[in-house]
Structures are given as C-alpha cells and as structure tokens.
Design a protein around this ligand. Structure first.
Ligand code: ZN
Length: 108
C-alpha cells in the first residue's frame, strides 16, 4: 500500500508535536526540580541536619563554624575544615587525616 503524501506530512507534524511536548515536559521537570531545591534550601538553611534546631555561627580560629546548641554538633562549610587543618602542625594532622579519608578536593 502506497503511503499518501498527505499522511507522510501528518506523521511529520505528529512527530514534531511529540518532540515539542517532550521538550516542554523536560523543561517543566527541570523547573520543578529547581523549585524543590529552593524550597528544601529555605526549609533547611542554617538548621541542624541532626536535630533540626537553628544553627548559630561561632568564630573559631578565624573560621565561622555553625554550632547547634540543641545537640552540640558542629558543622563546617566547604573549605573550612581545610582552613582549620592549616597552621598548627600537631592539631592539623588529625584534621588532615579526616580530609584524606574523604579525598581532599582542594588538592587538584
Ligand atoms: Zn542539632
């Protein structure tokens, strides 16, 4: 059975429409993911990951560390552990061994 030019055209447009909708759905999914990321950040920002209490910033050896006065946990931002590790050789050794455990990303 020969395919009429008309149906070839119809298929083309159907494919184009499907591609457009697929692209739109991908964009919507990405937008939703970004929105959820924002919401999660707003919900968790400066809150203790263990007990949920608000974290307080305390300056220690020139590094601003986040302290939870609920469970007494201490939280460090990226690069802060490295800052604390530098300087004092003896105390730095323990922190450096922790960094080695995770693979020091600052040494590229
Ligand atoms: Zn806590």
């Amino acid at each position: 059975m020969a395919v009429k030019p008309n149906s070839i055209e119809e298929e083309y447009f159907a494919r184009e429409e499907a591609l457009k909708k697929q692209k739109l759905a991908a964009e919507q999914a990405q937008k939703l993911a970004e929105e959820q990321k924002k919401q999660l950040k707003a919900l968790h920002w400066m809150h203790c990951p263990k007990c949920g209490m608000e974290l307080q910033t305390v300056t220690f050896r020139g590094v601003e560390i986040d302290r939870c006065f609920g469970c007494n946990g201490v939280w460090l931002d990226e690069g802060e552990l490295e800052k604390l590790a530098s300087g004092d050789e003896k105390k730095g050794a323990v922190v450096r061994s922790i960094l080695n455990l995770f693979g020091d990303s600052s040494k590229k």
